[in-house]
Design a protein around this ligand. Structure first.
Ligand SMILES: Nc1nc2c(c(=O)[nH]1)N[C@H]1C(S)=C(S)[C@@H](COP(=O)(O)O)O[C@H]1N2
Ligand SMILES: [Mo]
Length: 334
């Protein structure tokens, strides 16, 4: 992790400025040894409601403060952290939006192994600590636009996928990148049951063209709101591709493989006429069952908040990414 540079955002924990990596890691190990990493410890920063009065304490997934290069969060209205971490899509933990926060709290992410293999000169294996140490962490405020027409504005922390790929050195035959989520039915109830898991053939898989994968906007995220990712948001590491529908942003990744052919992708396998490989946000190409022309921005407002806004081509990132698709018929390659 790098030292925090630039203006710290108001929501950052004071600790971010004073806890350097070594201190942070040794303290974490010490707390672990003392048995302090459990429900409701110092490091438990998840915003879950905890039923302190029930005899059986529910398990709570622990997040820890991160050190990173902060973004300027003053000009944007962020979606409140409580909503970012309680309204989720993570079918491995159930198909309801409030299922992941309930069912993912005992998810064990340390140890973790992420391998980068396939058509590369230099295969790489990252363990849990590498995810936070090996690359320079920075904060990026990105809009996440779900295909179901809601959106959030989230302060992600991570590093460009391009940074990993540079180290792995893709061979010239490599044309696509294939991603895979952890397959662990013991931890992920949806992987045992078609009912809980929404009929997906697990593990969840995703893919990008190599030029999309190396685009500077494409982020490997290890945190949000100043801390490591909560389980329900894809701990310990997930993809964020801000100009594409949310389902491309695959969570809890264990494998990144460079390949020469377009890889299969989970939602395309499930419903090919509804979800394409590209999945670029496009207000002009409707989903067969609903319009994609507008979206509900999830903010602080309640049920009657007037937060319906027009959806923008490429989710507002056209200037940076439209050139990747010139001469392509985006109604055909949706
Ligand atoms: N492994 C996995 N990754 C996933 C999903 C999933 O069900 N499983 N859901 C996707 C969908 S549809 C969306 S909209 C985003 C939601 O991310 P969030 O819950 O952090 O907002 O995660 C994506 N990544
Ligand atoms: Mo989604």
């Amino acid at each position: 992790m790098t030292k925090n540079i630039g203006q710290p955002a108001s929501w950052q924990l004071a600790e971010n400025q004073v806890t350097d990596e070594a201190v942070y890691h040794s303290r974490r190990t010490l707390l672990k040894k003392l048995g302090f990493i459990g429900a409701g410890t110092l490091l438990s920063t998840n915003t879950q409601a905890i039923d302190w009065f029930s005899s059986k304490k529910p398990q709570v997934f622990n997040t820890s403060p991160l050190t990173f290069k902060a973004a300027d969060t003053s000009k944007q209205t962020l979606t409140p952290e409580s909503k970012v971490t309680s309204h989720n899509n993570f079918y491995e933990f159930g198909t309801g939006k409030s299922d992941p926060v309930k069912n993912a709290q005992s998810f064990n992410v340390d140890p973790w192994k992420l391998s980068i293999t396939g058509l590369v000169e230099q295969p790489i294996t990252l363990d849990y600590d590498d995810l936070f140490k090996r690359f320079t962490l920075e904060e990026r405020i990105y809009r996440l636009r779900c295909v179901e027409a809601w959106s959030m504005v989230i302060p992600w922390i991570g590093f460009p996928l391009a940074d990993i790929l540079k180290q792995a050195k893709p061979l010239s035959k490599a044309k696509y990148v294939a991603f895979e989520t952890l397959y662990d039915p013991k931890q992920m109830p949806g992987q045992n049951s078609r009912r809980i898991g929404g009929g997906i053939d697990y593990p969840y898989v995703e893919g990008l063209r190599l030029d999309e994968a190396t685009h500077p906007l494409t982020l490997m995220s290890v945190g949000l709101y100043g801390k490591t990712l909560p389980a329900q948001n894809g701990a310990p590491i997930r993809l964020v591709v801000p100009w594409k529908y949310g389902f491309k942003s695959i969570k809890s990744i264990v494998s990144i493989k460079l390949v020469d052919k377009m890889p299969p992708t989970t939602w395309n396998i499930l419903a090919p006429h509804e979800y394409g490989f590209y999945a670029n946000v496009n207000p002009e190409v409707d989903h067969p069952r609903w319009s994609q022309a507008s979206e509900r921005r999830i903010t602080t407002g309640g049920l009657f908040a007037r937060n319906r806004i027009d959806t923008l081509p490429f989710n507002g990132y056209a200037e940076q990414v439209a050139h990747l698709y010139k001469n392509m018929d985006l109604t055909k390659y949706f």
